[in-house]
Design a protein around this ligand. Structure first.
Ligand code: FES
Length: 127
């Protein structure tokens, strides 16, 4: 039921873990299934220099988070924000219908991580 690419990223996920002293952190949970994703990013010259994820979730959530981190790593922030759940599913060669929603976590968590990064850059006292 899963494509080979999905299984590959499920069994050997890339970029697992958390970045100490991250520049931004974003979390997202899906209340319908209880899955949860935490992304941490390092930003250099407005590019995603490094990205790590921790996920509590199903095989599709693990695989989509892994491929998502690979797809956005090295990209400029605004380009990274354009990577959508549809791109992820396409890249993986499809997901079973009930698992399509699992691909939503990555883009949403990244949006939050980038917002967090931008907020941290606001000079103290201006919050
Ligand atoms: Fe909810 Fe996979 S079943 S993210």
């Amino acid at each position: 039921m899963y494509t080979e690419k999905v299984l590959e990223h499920f069994f050997q996920p890339k970029n697992v873990g958390r970045i100490e002293n991250a520049d931004g952190v974003g979390t997202v949970g899906d209340p319908s299934c209880g899955d949860y994703l935490r992304l941490s990013i390092k930003v250099e010259q407005e590019r995603i220099a490094d990205i790590r994820f921790e996920v509590y979730g199903c095989p599709a959530a693990i695989a989509t988070s892994s491929i998502f981190t690979e797809m956005v790593k090295g990209k400029r922030l605004e380009e990274a924000l354009n990577v959508s759940d549809v791109d992820i599913v396409e890249f993986l060669g499809g997901l079973p219908d009930p698992k399509i929603h699992c691909s939503n976590l990555g883009a949403l968590a990244l949006r939050r991580a980038i917002e967090d990064y931008q907020l941290r850059r606001v000079p103290q006292g201006m919050h």
